[in-house]
Design a protein around this ligand. Structure first.
Ligand SMILES: [Zn+2]
Ligand SMILES: [Zn+2]
Ligand SMILES: [Zn+2]
Length: 349
């Protein structure tokens, strides 16, 4: 089973998951595509070898949750959004003690490990075999987001779990092993280091200014306007000032909220349409498209708080991080966010 190891130098965690090396990914769902299949993909015709297509429900572990028609049965066709455990999980929920696996004695300073406890779920966005978010309908994306909320609300009831990251890997360079458009969720018994850093910075800003860092940044970006890609009644899309990647895009709710799972259904439908259109523009930047999408929301341990503000980050995989980036943690971005925002605004039309 996967193991969680602590890095004593940077005080961050690494998941060692050898079971994931057995993933069939390369063969499943990425079968060589004929011209007829390419056309089928645009309209979403079922793919016989795709484990996420209706009729192939037996290819995945049993479903945890599905939005489906009244007359349909679990693990059978008739669903609109379907949640299943990841077949090759990096985290496992049913862990038998002992939880501690590290070394005892003086060496325990360096060798701390425990089973990687948590939930690793796959959310199949649509029964249609489409490969991009742009090919989804607004209603499908809204249903997907409401299912994500349901899963977060259910998982936070498990007292062991501290945080969940919801993300998408799209395209091979984005790390996808199955092309049928889907989302993943990993809930862990620790808060990942990037979220810890965001929280620390947001808390310090609030202590000094008595205002939310993100709310203030939203106001500043709207005032300058040059990095704003789109705006709806409730949301703002920007290429952030210190974008690490070319065409990096953030989607922020204009109304302050710390926890994504608590936003009302009316806000979800605005968010779905806005996010889907914004991502569809990112998908036009390269063929085949490749990017990652992730949702940063507050850890499970609190009710609404004033200083943290949930948001979505979309990271296109157009360039490859190399020696300097890996060695320094400092990104080199060849496209300024101001230029990127102008291109994305033009694509949005
Ligand atoms: Zn499929
Ligand atoms: Zn805020
Ligand atoms: Zn973030």
């Amino acid at each position: 089973m996967p193991e969680l190891r602590r890095d004593p130098i940077l005080n961050r965690y690494v998941i060692i998951a050898e079971n994931r090396a057995a993933r069939p990914g390369a063969e499943v769902g990425w079968a060589m595509t004929t011209d007829a299949e390419s056309t089928a993909k645009l309209v979403g015709t079922a793919h016989p070898t795709c484990p996420f297509c209706p009729g192939n429900e037996h290819e995945t572990p049993d479903e945890i949750l599905a939005l489906r028609g009244d007359a349909t049965q679990q693990n059978q066709p008739g669903w609109r959004v379907r949640v299943v455990p990841n077949k090759y999980p990096a985290l496992e929920r049913d862990v038998v003690p002992p939880p501690h696996r590290g070394t005892d004695g003086p060496q325990s300073l360096f060798f701390q490990a425990s089973p990687a406890v948590g939930a690793h779920e796959v959310i199949i966005d649509t029964p249609r075999h489409v490969t991009t978010v742009g090919a989804l309908r607004d209603l499908e994306f809204a249903e997907l987001l409401s299912v994500v909320q349901s899963r977060l609300l259910a998982l936070r009831e498990d007292p062991r779990l501290k945080h969940a990251l919801v993300f998408k890997n799209v395209g091979r360079a984005g790390g996808a092993s199955i092309e049928h458009v889907h989302t993943q969720l990993m809930a862990t018994d620790f808060v990942p280091s990037l979220v810890v850093e965001e929280l620390r910075s947001a808390r310090a800003f609030f202590a000094e200014h008595r205002q939310c860092l993100f709310c203030r940044m939203i106001a500043a970006e709207r005032e300058q306007g040059v990095r704003v890609v789109a705006e709806s009644a409730g949301y703002l899309a920007i290429c952030p000032y210190a974008s690490r990647f070319a065409y990096e895009l953030w989607i922020l709710p204009k109304r302050h909220a710390s926890h994504f799972e608590s936003i009302p259904a009316a806000d979800v439908s605005d968010l779905a349409s806005f996010t889907r259109h914004s991502i569809a523009t990112i998908e036009q930047l390269s063929q085949p498209t490749a990017y990652n999408f992730f949702l940063h929301s507050n850890p499970f341990d609190s009710v609404a708080i004033e200083h943290y503000h949930w948001h979505i980050e979309v990271v296109p995989r157009l360039t490859i991080a190399a020696g300097y980036e890996w060695g320094s943690g400092c990104a080199i971005n060849p496209v300024s966010p101001e230029a990127a925002a102008a291109v994305l605004r033009a694509l949005l039309g």
